[in-house]
Design a protein around this ligand. Structure first.
Ligand code: COA
Length: 531
């Protein structure tokens, strides 16, 4: 075994300062997550309960196996937008009758559960996770359909929700709709496109057009129940396969449907697992508040992998990228982690070779990001930093083993791409509260704008406005800093959630387990490597 020897001094003032800063960020994270849990607020929650209905999270809790974990995805969706945090839908992976399923539950306490642009992104991401990892998808439906004031953002792309449902079914991945309430217009296609449909008696309302629209269109008088009630759909239209007596009954029927799927995972089974040798609580004191200060990612690896056992690959070469083999909850993984932040030519070549090796042995990869990007400057350009970086990006883009990315700290420039950022389709991507991502740092970005502005003024023969420049810099720096923070990025669905560093091992373990529902992916064919 090659157990990592930790050099983290937990009695140092520096450790305490880092820990205090991380705990402060976690307190903010909890406050934001509570907003999502609070849904539409007391008034709408009380009204919902007074109608004898369960909240979205209560429905999920009753649907999944007792005391089993629910890996909630993107609870901060819509953060920093005009819409409530959480985006009026709860999504995640839960275990039902021993089967890992993707669950999508509308939150009807938030604007009637209507879908805004962030709801749409979150819902589509959930379907993508179901498809790529071969997880049955369960919709807990109660929604006012499209958020009408923002229909221009969602109507046309929103069709993908229905396309995805039938593509899942065609791929042999079951889709189930439990309809608790309103599911009108486009929303009616959620049960319409699902393999199994359960409707709650006297509660489900599924019609293409509600009574007012029917009256306008044809003059016909109709009430909700005769137009789209659960009884009608169970007895007459045949859209409902099961008529549930109440919400609890619908959830019971949903569990029974999953049990009958006789679902088997097609991927690897984990081997035996051993806890890390170091306390995961210490992860709170690893990342410095100032991300310009480097930290050793081995301190993170030591606290997340089995027995802290890590076989490092090429430790003496390209030392600012740590690569090596480990197991996590009994699953073999390859780890790529930035050490000093900057990626040079050697690091890029080492990464490309390591990714090829992982593909040869079909080993999933875990990317731990803390990078300021690829090195710039005359010497580096001459030595071919572009082609070396391209080689690494080629390897990441074409690698077919599952990737999981955790943004620990900085994620700037093309380092975000080479280390498997969102655009490179990792199966899952989570961020620590310390994460920051942007095209470059705020000071550098404002500085670039200032240099460009100054040169433009000089070429026009004008005197450069120094005061205006200082104000512009301050404004741009503040804007870029705000836009690079973890909550903001999570709000835009650039990750699957911001997690407590102490949960990293658990979250990655749940992801690896979910990933193995799908069969092993086909081996990779890489693009032409520019050597
Ligand atoms: N777009 C935007 N806002 C919506 C909405 C939608 N599709 N549906 C509901 N809301 C808003 C309501 O205006 C209301 O806002 P307010 O409390 O600030 O006044 C809030 O969400 C709650 O709606 P309310 O009607 O009080 O809730 P309810 O639980 O009694 O009824 C619905 C929920 C969904 C049945 C009802 O709101 C409805 O019929 N909405 C329109 C459905 C529709 O035709 N959608 C078009 C689909 S393409």
């Amino acid at each position: 075994m090659s157990v990592i020897t930790s050099r983290l001094d937990t009695s140092a003032a520096e450790y305490e300062a880092r820990r205090a800063a991380m705990l402060a960020k976690l307190a903010e994270l909890t406050a934001e997550q509570e907003k999502a849990v609070g849904g539409g607020g007391e008034k709408y929650v009380d009204r919902h309960r007074a109608r004898g209905k369960l909240l979205a999270r209560e429905r999920i809790e009753l649907l999944i196996d007792q005391d089993s974990p629910f890996l909630e995805l993107s609870p901060l969706a819509a953060w920093g937008s005009d819409f409530p945090v959480g985006a009026s839908v709860v999504t995640g992976i839960g275990v039902i009758e021993g089967v890992e399923c993707v669950i999508v539950a509308n939150d009807p306490t938030v604007r009637g559960g209507a879908s805004n642009p962030w709801t749409l992104r979150k819902t589509l991401r959930a379907a993508d996770i179901a498809l790529r990892n071969r997880l049955p998808l369960i919709n807990l439906v109660e929604s006012g359909g499209a958020d009408l004031p923002t229909q221009k953002e969602i109507f046309i792309p929103g069709g993908q929700i229905f396309r995805d449902l039938t593509r899942l079914s065609a791929a042999g991945i079951p889709t189930i709709a439990l309809v608790f309430g309103n599911s009108t217009a486009g929303g009616a296609y959620v049960p319409g496109m699902s393999d199994h449909v359960v409707m709650v008696k006297e509660r489900a309302k599924v019609f293409l057009g509600g009574p007012p629209l029917v009256k306008m269109a044809t003059g016909e008088e109709a009430d909700d129940e005769s137009l789209g009630g659960a009884e009608m759909h169970a007895r007459d239209s045949g859209l409902a396969d099961h008529l549930a007596a109440d919400e609890h009954d619908a959830l019971r029927i949903g569990r029974r449907i999953v049990r009958r799927l006789d679902w088997h995972k097609l991927g690897r089974r984990p081997g035996s697992a051993e806890d890390p040798r170091y306390d995961e609580d210490e992860l709170l004191g690893v990342v410095p508040e100032d991300l310009r200060v480097p930290f050793d990612p081995r301190e993170v690896i030591a606290r997340i992998v089995d027995a802290s056992d890590f076989d490092e690959f090429k430790p003496l070469y390209g030392a600012s990228l740590v690569t090596g083999w480990a197991k996590l909850h009994g699953y073999p993984i390859g780890v790529l982690a930035n050490a000093q932040g900057v990626l040079f030519g050697a690091e890029s070549q080492k990464a490309a070779q390591f990714i090829q090796l992982a593909n040869q042995s079909r080993t999933p990869l875990l990317f731990l990001q803390n990078t300021t990007g690829y090195m710039v400057g005359k010497d580096y350009e001459r030595a071919g930093i572009i082609k070396h970086g391209s080689m690494m990006i080629n390897a990441v883009a074409n690698s077919t083993v599952p990737h999981i990315t955790i943004v620990l700290g900085a994620s700037y420039g093309a380092g975000n791409y080479g280390m498997c950022g969102r655009a490179f389709d990792p199966r899952f991507l989570f961020a620590w509260p310390s994460a920051k991502a942007a095209v470059m740092g705020p000071v550098q970005l404002a500085g670039v704008l200032s240099i460009v502005g100054r040169a433009a003024a000089e070429s026009r023969g004008q005197v450069y406005d120094e005061e205006g420049d200082a104000a512009m810099r301050a404004m741009v720096e503040a804007q870029i800093e705000a836009e690079s923070l973890a909550f903001f990025l999570s709000g835009r669905l650039y990750d699957d959630g911001v997690i407590d560093p102490r949960d990293t091992r658990t979250v990655v373990g749940l992801c690896l387990s979910a990933i193995n529902n799908a069969a092993e992916p086909e081996p990779a064919g890489f693009g032409v490597f520019r050597m």
